[in-house]
Design a protein around this ligand. Sequence first.
Ligand code: 1HN
Length: 329
Amino acid sequence: MTETTTTSDSNNNNAVESFYSSLPQQNVAALWTQLDKMVPPHPNPSASIASWKYDEVKPLLLSAGDIIGAEEAERRVLMLVNPSLTAPYTTDSIYAGLQLILPGEIAPAHRHVAFALRFIIEGADGFTAVEGEKITMERGDVILTPSWHWHDHGNENKEGKPMIWLDGLDLPLYRYLPVNFAEPYADKRYPSTPVKESRLRFPWASVQKQLDSIEGDYAIYHYRHEDGSHLSKTLSAQAERIAAGTVSKRKRETTSFVYHVYEGKGYSTILLPDGETEQVVEWKSRDTFTVPAWAQVSHTCYQEAGQAYLFAVNDRPMVEALGLSREQQ
Ligand code: 1HN
């Protein structure tokens, strides 16, 4: 009796083993061994909390300026690579990079399916020409390059000032929808005429005015087009004001963020969705950091530094369009 059971158990084990080992040949796999991974108990972004100090990255960017020309590079950019991922991931859904154009240089005209927005960090007399509109770049401006719009960049400064900005693109999306492609223009520049105002340019002054007009220690402003829509169908942006010596309420959203500090000094306390990994990111003007999706975040502005203004690229339009928006205060 006992012997029979043993034999049947081992027959059974053999049958189970051969069942599992037969699966890969047929390109199938058992869901029940990895159900947790497919439907985890909480959102689980792959991106980690990361930060880039401007004082550390700017010298590298300027060195890149010695090594390669903007035209040769096509885009002279240092990508902000999330340490848990590879390029183009700054978060799971947002690519960000720092771009440099030196006086007299042109980043030649091209167009691509990917959407880009730029937050201008420093420089003078720089421009980006988008589909015929030559738009001057000023610190704090957000300038859009909608999908499939011709664009080139340049720097006409006579005092040797480099033009530097933060790019935000929806490149990670094309891992799943591989429909992104680019086309070079026949000439270096796409024909354009200077414009003072553009639906593609969002000057900082009006954003700050909005933030300052909201009462209280904390204010948030969501960039929108005149018709109320997000900046694009994929990525958009927001700006926040945190009064000196105050802490913003802890909040988590299914949105991910690449933050960039316009002004001020402080730190953000970020708790990952696992509820265990908490990090404090210290920041000051021109630093950049990530907040992965569903991470709990609160911003603290130091008393002595005056109020802080934070800018952030977010993936809100995609998350909303898919009905996945959730927020916890
Ligand atoms: C691009 O075309 C620009 O036009 C910036 O300035 C960054 C990153 C990846 C692919 C294309 C630009 C980019 C990019």
